[in-house]
Design a protein around this ligand. Structure first.
Ligand code: SF4
Ligand code: SF4
Length: 109
């Protein structure tokens, strides 16, 4: 979930991936949504204190903020406002590789 660092970068493959944004429920405390100025229309309440991004509460998962085609060319519509769980996935880590595998994508080069 690290889409647009300048090239060259070890994360440059995120821009042709997006698998983690179409694999996991992306939930966080409602207060983070307020602090980041996220519009309510992109959120779903999942508990008294937590919300998730619309589209990540369902199956198949796809975050409402993900644009493009997974495995081809993607971007995050709210990249500067993306949340803690978005930022916690690092290209090449376990969650990344699991998400990529689930979408038929191999390990990072
Ligand atoms: S699954 Fe990995 S490579 Fe793909 S967008 Fe997420 S962090 Fe980047
Ligand atoms: S907000 Fe952006 S980085 Fe976070 S899951 Fe959605 S598309 Fe991915």
């Amino acid at each position: 979930m690290a889409f647009s660092p300048p090239l060259p970068s070890p994360h440059s493959q995120c821009q042709s991936c997006g698998a983690c944004c179409a694999q996991y429920r992306v939930s966080f405390y409602w207060q983070e949504a307020v602090q980041r100025g996220l519009d309510e229309s992109m959120l779903v309440q999942v508990s008294p204190w937590r919300v998730c991004f619309l589209g990540t509460e369902q199956n198949p998962v796809r975050c409402v903020n993900l644009e493009g085609t997974v495995g081809s060319c993607v971007s995050c519509r709210i990249y500067e406002q993306r949340t803690t769980p978005c930022r916690s996935v690092e290209a090449g880590d376990e969650k990344c590789l699991q998400a990529r595998a689930a979408h038929g994508l191999g390990p990072l080069r």
